[in-house]
Design a protein around this ligand. Sequence first.
Ligand code: FAD
Ligand code: PHB
Length: 433
Amino acid sequence: MGFGCGAGDLFSLEKLERDGCVEYRFSSTRWLITTAEIHMRTQVGIIGAGPAGLFLSLLLQRIGIESVVLELHSRQYVEERIRAGVLEHGTVQLMRELGIGERLNKQGLEHGGIELRFGGRGHRIDFRELTGGKSVTIYAQHEVIKDLIAARLKAKKPIIFEAQDVSVDGLGGDTPSINFRANGVAEKLECDFIAGCDGFHGVCRTSIPSEALTIYDREYPFGWLGILAQAPPSSHELIYAHHDRGFALLSMRSPEISRLYLQCEPDEDIAQWPDARIWEELHKRFATTDGGKLTEGPVIQKGVTGMRSFVTEPMQYGKLLLAGDAAHIVPPTGAKGLNLAVADVRVLAQALGDFYENGKTQILERYSDICLRRVWKVQRFSWWMTSLLHRFADASAFDHKRQVAELDYVTSSRAAAQTLAENYVGLPMEFYE
Ligand code: FAD
Ligand code: PHB
């Protein structure tokens, strides 16, 4: 079993032999190992080492609650997976509070606004001016993951990578458990609570009896074709472009690397998109009346992402608490998925803190209700940004005129621009008594 870095890179464990069992102590988490099976026990078993699971582990660590993180993939895989890029104001502040802001402070690109481009003209939405000084920061999700993993391992707290056949058991009782295999050996982790942070395709949500859940789902008739290019970004801020040929987004990862997206079919065949075709299409969609040009460069990664809105209600069942993409998905147009995952686990850490410190279950019982208030506001915003900017194949001439009028309104009315800005930088977190 690999703790921290995958097989072959073990931390030293304290080994005690008692009553025919071997007890390993890893920090304050205990493994009782018999010849047949390994039993471990912790307070919170966290399934998934994405943003939700890893942020939760550090938030719990800060208030003295023990956890074990179980991850399906290898450390290298999760540290290299290309995903989100925009961190809300509050997510950035939290990283600093958790003592993982060093690389973010050096490499993150702070943005005080975005451009909405339509009719060949750009219109800036000034976040700082509209939100009392708030901003967002461009810092890749996989860099956040590296910082979180490094902090967790530095504190010598366990992450078990490459955990297979993960399943949950006893959710309605006092001792829920997680069964899994590591290096071919069957293992059982007993917990007080299980945090289901295993993303949209994980096992936690689907372990809840379907009659206990209500699912709200919307698929969009398009996807995004995304590229990473070795090209200096053509703008110092993000550009969200509305065009008759479809939506396009210019983002970035560093002063040398651009991240660009094109609206495409939901099942688009990437093989039909050689680099030259991608650039040609991007040039058309970002074209301006004053002849502004996109900088091209070698494409170093490309892929197609589907778009959906999805909410599970409630986000808890017995001792299982869902967080992040395991409970909800937003289309990426509002740049909210990672940030919403972080908001969930902030509430969860507070609820668990109140339980362990004060013996109170009130916040824990209301965990789902508390989270869902924010989830639905973020769903609304992400759906609205998506509807505002994409081309809908079945749109009538009326719909098209209405969409352009809405863009005109958002970029000419302070009230409308402020609504966009306060949602984009992140709604305030609410904490509970
Ligand atoms: P995940 O990141 O999916 O993590 C879940 C983890 O659980 C994974 O590591 C997975 O391997 C693991 N896992 C799965 N099954 C199991 C199992 N059975 N056992 C153990 N482990 C398991 N969000 C933003 O905020 N801003 C953006 O700019 C943005 N842009 C995006 C662009 C794209 C192209 C995409 C695809 C997404 C974007 N998002 C964005 C969304 C964001 O990436 C996700 O919302 C975020 O990753 C959710 O975090 P999570 O921890 O809930 O889930
Ligand atoms: C990104 O940089 O990947 C990104 C930026 C803004 C979005 C979505 C994705 O809305």
